[in-house]
Design a protein around this ligand. Structure first.
Ligand SMILES: C[S@@+](CC[C@H](N)C(=O)[O-])C[C@H]1O[C@@H](n2cnc3c(N)ncnc32)[C@H](O)[C@@H]1O
Length: 407
């Protein structure tokens, strides 16, 4: 039988501390070296040149570099060799040495002559997926992508037998577009028994949950603000104590005006294990979705995110508006629709130019996204006249007009 018709025998090599020789410092080495380094291999690169990325790995001490051509004897003591120089004769010679010394040998130029094949690999939360199709690397990559994607977003049912997530996951769901949740957040959502969801965030994802999942709408908890938070904390504790996998799905990032730490503290007090999954905050992503960078070279070297839920003259306000008015950079105001007139007036009164551009982006990243432009001196009136409603992110500063030429 032709050896090439026989399927390869899959195996996971445990290379930690073992000598691996890579011949050639080009694109192939660049692709293979990171996984070899992650596997803890003692990697020796033999090549006359290296790409910039490979050089960075050498400089970081992850790979030892012998800057020369391959010579017979280089594979002595090696467990594994990647042959990828641009010299076919050197490749054939190294391959012959590998055969002689019984070192498994991958060849970039001649898969038929190789004694080992590199599978298309991917990783998701402790699972390594490795796919071999023999002679069709594109198909291997496509199958790998499908499996990894399915594991990540939970659409590939692969229940964890040993380590199911227990307790509560405080998940930042991003600004609203269901594609803008993190991979980890989406997977935890797919594994949840109970989901406690906010009004903001990727609500469309709730439709995808299987019928047995209990969804608690935190926005409908019928108390005042403080009591509602206590009721949410109590619900998280109660369901986690009942042994359920609980996801607290929040808009944006849990720790940006999200009361995430209050929930974490309540869980810690009740002895419930929890994990925090960061999310894409609306403070950066909503301006971005409307074509506004919160920083731009030569325009803004800082951005400040501030809550506008209480007016500047309100004794409860913790914001130093006078100091903010002195800054030249970008000011991003969350929860500020109602008080924007008073906020703009305070900024102008403390010295910020009344002509400073302002953009108000309502329901960013969703199908209903809407942007209204003004300047500090007019924004209070414009927001009222245009009927802008929360949720909206207000961006103040010269970055607002940076993308204007594109539109
Ligand atoms: C209680 S804060 C929560 C912020 C959230 N944790 C974050 O990191 O984005 C709610 C405010 O976030 C802003 N916001 C959240 N999602 C938004 C969206 N899709 N469009 C516009 N503003 C949004 C609004 O200013 C809203 O009033």
């Amino acid at each position: 039988m032709d050896r090439n018709d026989v399927p390869a025998y899959p195996v996971g090599l445990r290379l930690a501390g073992r000598r691996v020789v890579v011949l050639g410092g080009g694109q192939v080495a660049q692709r293979r070296l990171p996984s070899l380094v992650s596997a803890g291999a003692d990697v020796v690169l033999i090549s006359t040149s290296a790409t910039a990325s490979v050089e960075a790995m050498i400089a970081a001490g992850e790979v030892r570099w012998e800057r020369r051509r391959y010579a017979y004897g280089d594979l002595e003591g090696a467990w594994y060799v990647v042959v990828a120089t641009d010299d076919p004769e050197a490749n054939a010679a190294a391959s012959a040495e590998a055969e002689e010394r019984r070192v498994w040998c991958v060849r970039s130029d001649d898969a038929d002559a190789a004694t080992a094949w590199t599978p298309a690999t991917g990783r998701s939360e402790g699972v390594t997926v490795a796919v071999l199709t023999g002679s069709d690397p594109r198909r291997s990559a496509a199958v790998r992508d499908a499996v990894v994607e399915g594991l990540r977003d939970g659409s590939l049912a692969a229940p964890r037998r040993r380590a199911r997530t227990v307790g509560v996951a405080l998940v930042g769901g991003g600004p609203g577009d269901p594609d803008l949740i993190t991979v980890r957040g989406r997977r935890l959502l797919a594994e949840a028994d109970v989901v406690v969801a906010d009004r903001l965030g990727p609500r469309d994802l709730l439709d995808e949950l299987p019928p047995h999942v209990e969804v608690i709408d935190a926005a409908k908890i019928p108390y005042g603000r403080a009591m509602a938070q206590e009721a949410i904390n109590a619900a998280l504790v109660e369901h986690a104590k009942a042994g359920k996998a609980v996801v607290r799905l929040k808009g944006g990032d849990p720790f940006v005006f999200g009361r995430g730490m209050e929930e974490a503290q309540a869980l810690a007090e009740a002895g419930i294990p929890y994990t925090v999954v960061p999310g894409i905050s609306s403070s950066i992503s909503v301006p971005g979705a409307a074509g506004i960078p919160v920083t731009h070279r030569g325009v803004a070297h800082e951005f400040t995110v501030v809550s506008g839920h209480v007016a500047p003259d309100d004794p409860r306000s913790l914001v130093d508006w006078a100091a903010l008015a002195r800054l030249r950079g970008t000011l991003v105001v969350l929860m500020g629709v109602e008080k924007i007139g008073a906020i703009a007036a305070a900024l102008v009164a403390h010295g910020r130019d009344a002509d400073t551009p302002v953009a108000v982006v309502q329901e960013g990243t969703t199908a209903a996204q809407r942007r209204v432009d003004a300047v500090l001196g007019t924004v209070g009136g414009v927001v009222k006249a245009e009927g802008v409603r929360p949720p909206a992110v207000i961006v103040i500063g010269d970055v607002v007009t940076v993308g204007a030429d594109r539109e």
